[in-house]
Design a protein around this ligand. Structure first.
Ligand code: FMN
Length: 323
């Protein structure tokens, strides 16, 4: 079984991927958060900071494309091929209102005919193998069987399934029954992406034998050693957790002003702190730290708390400020 690193827009940027790969390993491929090609067919500096081969050197990455326009998909696919990439992923899962309102991301699931026309055009000319990352429907689970049948008609190199509806965003349980249906009806390699938050969750899922691979998201951002341990390596140690934090901090500090660094690091540390027994109050103190001194002090308190028995992500209750 391979462990893939999920794309997480705003978190798993090129710096994060490089530092993680250098310090932990265990991940066969890191998916780059989506790139959305624009009408003028240019790749702005913001996108290049994420997908240029220079920033990804030495890290096994797969770029992800978000668009509903086949000609823009194919243009970007060729650009990415020219950069040396060998595989692409199509995003039909993004739940954000601004994305779905334009019929992109999970919005593509609302029009099976539109999706079919898009895939016909893409697969008639794709210069590279294409996989898809999808949800199990937009508004109702009743959509899933027809969507699976539609996907079965195309030569995807893999289907990555986040078994939630668009309306469920990232909260609550995942619809595991949808994985069995996909297993029965799709022939290509399948990947589950959803709620594999710690080692017991991964082991329990692996024993079901439903998919070739798994994709780890919030679990591995919270416990960066998750894939390594799942693959038979050593578990996370407390010193590694703070060393990972410090390495990210140093990298960002060499690139950005302190306000940006703190913004990025607070977001990442929200997850890392899930692996520890730090209290809610200690976490809130970190979130409210807006000077370097206050932030570093709060982080020291967080990382001096012991690790949880199974470090990983904890899904918070809806009224909770935690991620
Ligand atoms: C903050 C955040 C950003 C995300 N960005 C992307 C993205 O750019 N592309 C994508 O396909 N999925 C994205 N996802 C979804 C994740 O890749 C993953 O499928 C989802 O979090 C479920 O996996 P998990 O329960 O292991 O976190 C994002 C999720 C979160 C929480």
């Amino acid at each position: 079984m391979e462990y893939l690193f999920a794309p997480m827009e705003g978190i798993t940027d090129a710096v994060f991927r490089r530092v993680h790969h250098r310090m932990f390993g265990g991940v066969s491929r890191y998916m780059i958060p989506f790139v959305s090609p624009t009408e003028d067919r240019r790749l702005p500096p913001r996108e290049m900071r994420s997908i240029s081969p220079e920033v990804n050197r030495g890290v096994p990455v797969v770029p992800q494309i978000l668009t509903k326009r086949p000609e823009l998909f194919l243009w970007l696919a060729q650009e990415l091929k020219d950069m040396g990439y060998t595989e692409l992923n199509l995003n039909t899962g993004c739940p954000s209102g601004t994305v779905t309102a334009k019929g992109k991301g999970a919005g593509m699931l609302t029009s099976p005919d539109g999706l079919r026309a898009f895939l016909d055009a893409v697969f008639s000319a794709a210069p590279l193998p294409v996989s898809i990352k999808t949800r199990v429907g937009f508004a109702s689970l009743d959509e899933w069987p027809a969507l699976v049948d539609l996907l079965a008609g195309y030569p995807f190199s893999g289907v990555i399934i986040h078994p939630r509806l668009r309306s469920e965003f990232y909260r609550g349980d995942v619809h595991m029954e949808c994985m069995s249906y996909a297993r029965e009806h799709l022939r290509c390699p399948l990947v589950l992406s959803g709620n594999l938050f710690d080692i017991p969750a991964i082991q329990h899922y692996a024993a079901l034998g439903l998919t070739e691979h798994v994709m780890l998201g919030r679990g591995i951002v919270s416990n960066p050693a998750l894939a390594r341990e799942a693959a038979g390596g050593p578990p996370l140690s407390p010193s590694e957790l703070s060393a990972f934090h410090d390495a990210l901090y140093r990298e960002y500090a060499s690139m950005y002003p302190v306000r940006i660094v703190l913004g990025k690091m607070r977001e990442i540390t929200k997850y890392l702190a899930c692996s520890t027994l730090a209290t809610e109050r200690q976490r809130r103190t970190m979130l409210k730290a807006h000077t370097e001194e206050a932030y570093l002090e709060a982080v020291q308190v967080l990382f001096s708390a012991p690790l949880r028995t199974y470090p990983g992500y904890m899904q918070a209750s809806p009224d909770h400020i935690w991620p």
